[in-house]
Design a protein around this ligand. Structure first.
Ligand SMILES: [Zn+2]
Ligand SMILES: [Zn+2]
Length: 374
């Protein structure tokens, strides 16, 4: 078996010819003309590290400036950020195998962290190691988003109002929750321009100031999807931006329906008995508290048929059932006078119940559905 010989292209020393598998390795292009070990290690640079790394960090939210924009990195502290930035910036020679490394951060002062990085690996069968120290300078700034929040910036106002009443606390709380959820969803997709600037309760409802018109529109649409009602938007020219474009602020006026689920209403020009409202989305829908029959307002009436509110499910009190008279009537004790009183028997009335919820109003005494165990 004859020994195959090759020569170092730099010093001319004989080197063992590399095996075919090595020469064809995509990781080692041109490996068949490699230098001898001595010439190779003369040029070998294991770790490529910058002299220092400057990191711009938002002092308010912890975002880091990368490339040409602020990004949320989810780091707990500046050391974590420094480690991440150093990891991004360091490079190791492609020939090295079994690379292992560790970083030992040394806090020098409030804004400087010296990163001691220790690398080991194997190249040409020879163990190599290298230690580099990279200072990381932290510059505390305010990101665009935090600057805007601090400056009470907003592009859109959502006004939550209701027709002929003030919005309920449930509607107010829901509007706030919807606003926060929409912003959280947008933030989760990396949108840093989404935020709620301010929510303020007024005498007639709630105002939500948000950072973009898109968010305002989403909140308004979600509110009327859940509660019914209408939304109108109006643009106001507020300024021109640096390029001379007109900047508009959009006000979304949400008008919730006059009646809400749980209200008991007395319809004008209708003798079918009061209606317990079940839904105010689209046309108002509910049940007659005299019979339990379904009621739906006409298209023309929509969610605001001519009616007056008698009370709501929450106003109901428990009344003792005295006797069931027939299919249409039942006797209960009037919760105020404690006199046995005959009232209409709706089909949701449970003949085995000892007590039933009743509403006493201008329209008289009515049995309501028992929803206590829902
Ligand atoms: Zn050589
Ligand atoms: Zn920030």
């Amino acid at each position: 078996m004859s020994e195959s010989r090759a020569f170092c292209p730099r010093c001319g020393d004989a080197v063992p010819e590399r095996s075919a598998s090595d020469a064809n390795s995509p990781l080692r292009p041109g490996a068949e003309v490699e230098l001898c070990d001595s010439c190779y290690f003369e040029d070998f640079d294991f770790v490529d590290a910058p002299d220092r790394i400057d990191v711009r960090v938002c002092a308010r939210c912890g975002a880091v400036y990368r490339g040409n924009r602020w990004v949320d990195v989810g780091a707990d502290d500046y050391t974590d950020i420094a480690i991440e930035e150093v990891s991004e910036a360091l490079g190791v020679h492609v020939d090295v195998e079994d690379v292992a490394w560790q970083i030992d951060p040394e806090q020098v002062d409030q804004n400087t962290i010296r990163m001691h990085c220790y690398f080991t690996g194997v190249v040409r069968g020879t163990p190599v190691d290298e230690q580099v120290t990279v200072p990381v300078k932290i510059a505390r700034q305010t990101c665009t988003r935090c600057g805007r929040i601090a400056g009470d910036y907003y592009a859109s106002i959502v006004q939550i109002r209701a027709e002929g009443r003030t919005p309920t606390s449930e509607e107010i709380e829901r509007a706030k929750a919807i606003a926060n959820a929409i912003v959280a969803d947008m933030e989760a997709t990396g949108d840093r321009n989404a935020f709620v600037t301010e929510t303020s309760e007024t005498d007639d409802g709630l105002n939500i100031r948000v950072s973009t018109n898109k968010i305002g529109k989403k909140i308004s649409n979600k509110m009327i999807e859940e509660f019914g009602g209408t939304v109108n938007d109006a643009e106001t020219l507020v300024t021109e931006d640096e390029d001379g474009n007109e900047v508009y602020r959009v006000t979304f006026a949400v008008r919730l329906p006059p009646y809400t689920p749980g209200d008991v209403i007395d319809l004008a020009e209708d003798d079918g008995g009061p209606v317990l409202v079940r839904s105010a989305r689209g046309n108002l829908k509910g049940v007659r508290v005299t019979t339990g029959e379904r009621y739906e307002a006409s298209y023309e009436e929509g969610n605001s048929p001519d009616a007056r509110k008698l009370g709501s499910l929450e106003d109901a009190t428990e009344a003792t059932v005295v006797t069931v008279e027939d299919d249409n009537a039942v006797q209960v004790l009037d919760p105020e006078t404690f006199r046995a009183t005959t009232v209409a028997r709706p089909d949701y009335f449970d003949p085995n119940a000892e007590t039933v919820p009743v509403l006493k109003s201008r329209a008289g005494l009515h049995v309501l559905p028992d929803e206590s165990d829902d």
